[in-house]
Design a binder for this molecule. Structure first.
Ligand code: S3P
Length: 439
């Protein structure tokens, strides 16, 4: 396969209105709940990236009828106990969300399953999800390195647990809640910090009550889910690339349409504003329990460095790479700490960001739990995505403010979360050249 590389050169103010694809986290969850609900679920504006396709394929392999028409997906729900044994391994590709959420779901089924993934996913930590499942009574075997493949064999019964998360993780929380739907009694997840709460929102919408208290969420087994009409807001994490691009590129003025603004996701906006960014929230409204808004972003002449403390990280876990790009263009020093979780994402994102910034002439130092960036000029150069979609898109954005342009290698991975990124970037005004095939 020929690798896709990006080349972005100086200039290219961003203007106009744009809509980024649907929220990845909500899309995965809506597909899973729709599949085990009674009756029909229609999901509008779903993300059709490769990651969500993995979840769709997995549930189709379990006998669920999932039909796609443009960006609308219709699911004939099988009910809580209606999934059937897949004929082969469940391939989760690059998607940690697919793998961890499906582990929660499959731990409760009366058939065996085996979950695999690509090279990157097979190195990611899975004990964090296997441990609570085992405590519930599930039979789960991991590889020697405590990662995928994940082998699950049926158990006679699942018992409810109360589980305190060791690291802030919405994926682990969601896996436990999904297994909890099938358990005897009340399952509680205690979380040190609030993480994205889309699973709770969708469970409520599909008619399964959740109990939410400070730092805790519980579900009680024995209820049922009813099919729903779900409208997926545009993904804040995808919009983030354009927010920062417009903030750092002179002459920019864009409006991002219908972006999800769930407060468990939007810390990047707070941090950018505190640095001096011009961001305005317009027409805030709700779709189901999720808030969304149009977000106007204009070029910010004087962006200042900042300190990002650990308590903010769970609400901006996927936006650190693009924040680092904003920081590289700001005056002064930015210190980001408490984000050691980034080391076990699609790549070691602390290392990927530090390596890329050094390659384009930015002064940066790596810490075990974060990075320190000294803002200044972006010289330009060639960086590697490390096969990580968010690294590829973050560095593409730096090209517009670089002296000599930025080339980003190995950008096929972008299609996992943001199909059409390069086309949208070009249409918005970025001077963007794609070498190879855009996903
Ligand atoms: C996600 C949770 C986060 C995030 C990922 C999506 C989710 O991962 O990084 O992109 O949909 O639950 P962790 O739960 O590992 O923090």
């Amino acid at each position: 396969m020929i690798a896709t590389n990006y080349m972005v050169t100086r200039g290219g103010a961003l203007t106009g209105h744009l809509t980024v694809p649907g929220d990845k986290s909500i899309s995965h969850r809506a597909v899973i709940l729709g599949s085990i609900a009674n009756g029909k679920t229609v999901i509008k504006d779903i993300l059709l990236g490769e990651d969500v396709q993995m979840t769709i394929n997995a549930l189709r392999a379990c006998g669920v009828d999932i039909h796609r028409d443009g960006s609308t997906v219709t699911i004939e729900g099988k009910g809580l106990r209606g999934l059937r044994k897949p004929h082969s391994d469940i391939y989760c590709g690059n998607s940690g969300t697919a793998m961890r959420l499906l582990t929660g779901l499959f731990a409760a089924q009366n058939f065996p399953s085996r979950l695999t993934g690509d090279e990157s996913l097979q190195t990611r930590p899975m004990l964090r999800v296997a441990e609570p499942m085992r405590q519930m009574g599930a039979n789960i075997v991991l590889s020697e390195r405590n990662s995928a493949p994940i082998e699950i064999t049926p158990t006679d019964r699942l018992d409810a647990i109360s589980w305190k998360l060791r690291a802030a993780s919405a994926q682990v929380k969601s896996a436990i809640l999904l297994a909890g739907l099938y358990a005897n009694g009340k399952t509680t997840v205690i979380q040190p910090e609030e993480t994205r709460n889309h699973t709770a929102h969708l469970l409520e919408m599909f008619g399964w009550p959740t109990q939410r208290d400070a730092g805790e969420i519980s579900v009680t087994g024995g209820a049922s889910l009813q099919g729903q009409h779900v409208v997926v807001p545009a993904d804040f994490s995808s919009a983030a690339f354009f927010m920062v691009a417009a903030t750092i590129t002179p002459g920019s003025d864009i409006t991002l349409n219908r972006v999800g603004t769930n407060p468990t996701r939007t810390a990047l906006m707070d941090v950018l504003k505190s640095m001096g960014a011009n961001i305005e929230i317009l027409n805030e409204r709700y779709v189901g329990l999720e808030s969304m808004a149009d977000i106007r972003v204009q070029y910010a002449e004087s962006l200042e460095g900042t300190v990002v403390n650990p308590d903010l990280i769970p609400r901006m876990i996927d936006e650190i790479p693009i924040l680092a790009i904003g920081a590289a263009c700001a005056k002064g020093v930015t210190v980001i700490s408490g984000c050691e979780e980034l080391r076990v994402k699609e790549s070691d994102r602390i290392h990927s960001v530090v390596t890329g910034l050094e390659k384009i002439g930015v002064s940066v130092s790596e810490r075990h739990d974060g990075l320190v960036i000294r803002g200044g000029k972006i010289r330009g150069g060639t960086v590697d995505s490390f096969g990580d979609h968010r690294i590829a898109m973050a560095f593409a954005v730096t090209g517009s403010v670089s002296e000599s342009g930025v080339e980003v290698l190995n950008c096929d991975c972008v299609k996992t979360s943001f199909p059409g990124f390069a086309t949208l970037a070009k249409n918005t005004g970025i001077v963007f050249h794609v070498d190879g095939v855009e996903g």
